[in-house]
Write a protein that binds this ligand. Structure first.
Ligand SMILES: Nc1nc2c(ncn2[C@@H]2O[C@H](COP(=O)(O)OP(=O)(O)OP(=O)(O)O)[C@@H](O)[C@H]2O)c(=O)[nH]1
Ligand SMILES: [Mg+2]
Length: 494
């Protein structure tokens, strides 16, 4: 059975999640980051993957001896288990010998299983600000040597663009002052003029050289970044994603979406895609009873959706709060119980957002699991385990679950974003989800789902198949960014 389409595992004849199925044999993204000392490799890796190296006690380099730099070493971090890093740190400035090390390493990773292959190379080059050369003879030989041999996407990442901007601003300011302009005005003028100047200078000193015959075309793409410029980092993430082509493209795209911890849109899109796939799996399984496997219930599909979405968001969750039963119960109680009742005479009945009756805190549940499931929830859970997936009520439930889980993750992302430590706690999860629960966004999402899925007569087979696509549209329209709310709360606490 093709890997890209959902399938049953042969051994257990049991349902596998979309991601488990897609990423069989290789569930970690492997990146090689190279470049001279100090160009900003570690800073970039930390920004994109929340992968602290030098200062992180958890960062673990197998067989690492202080002072020894070996490109072969797999660097892993407990903060992000979906990435393996190879770092060329310590390599001498573009020397032929250093680049030979990279070349040999890449050679050794050719023709090996996908899990051993390098999936992408970031070749970091610091943008010159004062006439230095971005590429030296060693770099030139390296690119030349890779020509025709390398099938790993190689992205040239020009770093520290902000330094060039700053330099250009200084130059412009001086020019205006020399021309007799008052200092304050000169600075203002320089600020706006320097943006364009920096772009032009970047093109002249970097892009044109890379595009020239001096550098062989063994690279796949290039971009410029500045660690504090979120947009530039997002560009690098998009560019990297776009280079993951070939027969393993879908597989690698999933690993990439999971490993990176910076591009929120990619997380949302990928979550919806996983949800969509599992929803369709559920419908298909209902339509054609699969012999030999246990009944596919709504609950089974919900569990798989949950597993995949948690995996994609890849939060630093050492206590596994997000995959635990307490959290799943918490979500059911918060979002699903109101949707189980097909009470369409009161289509807005799911919007009791101020009425949090019976809702135990997630923190409480952890210590008192008995508290987790009230009788209403028990009832709901039982219904979920009995009803077919094709009824309007279950379609509503699945759509809402995909939307709520994803948007709650978005809320959690914003909550922890300003923090140096990204380790999440039960209190964080509870706060993030309750903030989403009390939001306009959730009201809109639920009311759109209710509007879309009316009673049985209106709920035609056609709509049934379109529902997964519909949930994507609803979420994309109602994205949830509670930054303002969290900032407000932080101010109040201070
Ligand atoms: N202005 C500016 N400074 C940066 C940027 N990225 C990194 N730096 C700084 O550059 C210095 C070196 O950064 P690292 O990330 O340690 O560089 P590295 O390439 O990992 O260096 P080695 O591990 O020694 O090979 C640090 O002081 C960073 O703060 C950037 O985009 N702009
Ligand atoms: Mg470093």
């Amino acid at each position: 059975m093709s890997k890209s389409s959902w399938s049953l595992s042969d051994e257990s004849m049991d349902l596998r999640s979309y991601i488990e199925d897609l990423t069989q044999g290789c569930d970690t993204f492997r990146i090689l980051v190279c470049g001279k000392a100090g160009v900003g490799k570690s800073s970039l890796v930390s920004e994109v993957f929340d992968f602290e190296l030098e200062n992180d006690e958890d960062a673990r380099v197998s067989h690492f001896k202080p002072g020894e730099h070996d490109i072969n070493q797999e660097i892993t971090s407990s903060r992000n288990k979906s990435l393996i890093l190879h770092d060329s740190r310590g390599l001498e400035s573009g020397s032929t010998e250093s680049l030979e090390t990279i070349r040999a390493f890449l050679e050794s990773r050719r023709g090996v299983p996908l899990s051993e292959q390098v999936h992408v190379i970031w070749y970091c080059v610091q943008i010159p600000v004062a006439g230095e050369r971005p590429f030296e003879a060693g770099d030139q030989a390296f690119f030349q040597d890779l020509l025709g041999k390398n099938n790993v996407p190689l992205i040239v990442v020009f770093t520290k663009f902000d330094k060039l901007q700053f330099r250009q601003r200084q130059l412009a300011r001086q020019k205006y002052i020399d021309a007799g302009m008052p200092k304050a005005e000169a600075l203002e003028r320089a600020k706006s003029a320097s943006l364009k100047m920096a772009e032009e200078e970047f093109k002249r000193t970097c892009v044109n050289v890379l595009d020239s015959d001096f550098v062989s075309k063994s690279w796949t793409g290039y971009c410029k970044v500045s660690i504090k410029d979120t947009e530039s980092v997002a560009e690098l993430i998009k560019l990297t994603k776009s280079t993951l082509s070939g027969p393993d493209s879908q597989h690698l795209n999933m690993l990439w979406a999971t490993a990176q911890k910076n591009d929120l849109d990619l997380k949302v899109k990928t979550s919806l895609k996983a949800g969509q796939n599992l929803y369709l799996v559920g419908l298909a399984a209902t339509a054609i009873p699969l012999r030999g496997i246990r009944r596919v219930t709504t609950l089974t599909i919900l569990r798989l959706i949950h597993k995949d979405v948690v995996k994609i968001w890849n939060f630093t969750d050492p206590d596994e709060i997000l995959s635990g039963a307490n959290f799943r119960n918490f979500l059911r109680q918060l979002f699903l119980e109101p949707l189980v009742s097909p009470d369409l005479n009161h289509p807005r009945s799911s919007q009791r957002h101020s009425d949090q009756r019976g809702l135990g805190p997630l923190t409480g549940m952890a210590t008192n699991p008995a508290h987790a499931a009230g009788s209403a929830v028990q009832g709901a859970v039982q219904i979920l385990d009995e009803v077919a997936l094709s009824t309007p009520a279950t379609a509503r439930i699945l759509m809402a679950y995909i939307a709520d889980l994803t948007l709650g993750m978005e809320s959690l992302f914003w909550l922890i974003k300003p923090r140096p430590s990204k380790v999440i706690t039960r209190a964080d999860v509870e706060r993030a989800y309750k903030t989403y629960f009390s939001s306009q966004t959730m009201q809109y999402v639920h009311s759109e789902i209710r509007d879309y899925i009316g009673d049985e007569e209106l709920w035609k087979a056609f709509q049934r198949n379109q529902a997964a696509e519909k949930v994507r549209k609803i979420v994309e329209k109602n994205r949830f960014n509670p930054t303002a709310i969290f900032q407000q709360q932080q101010l109040q606490h201070a």
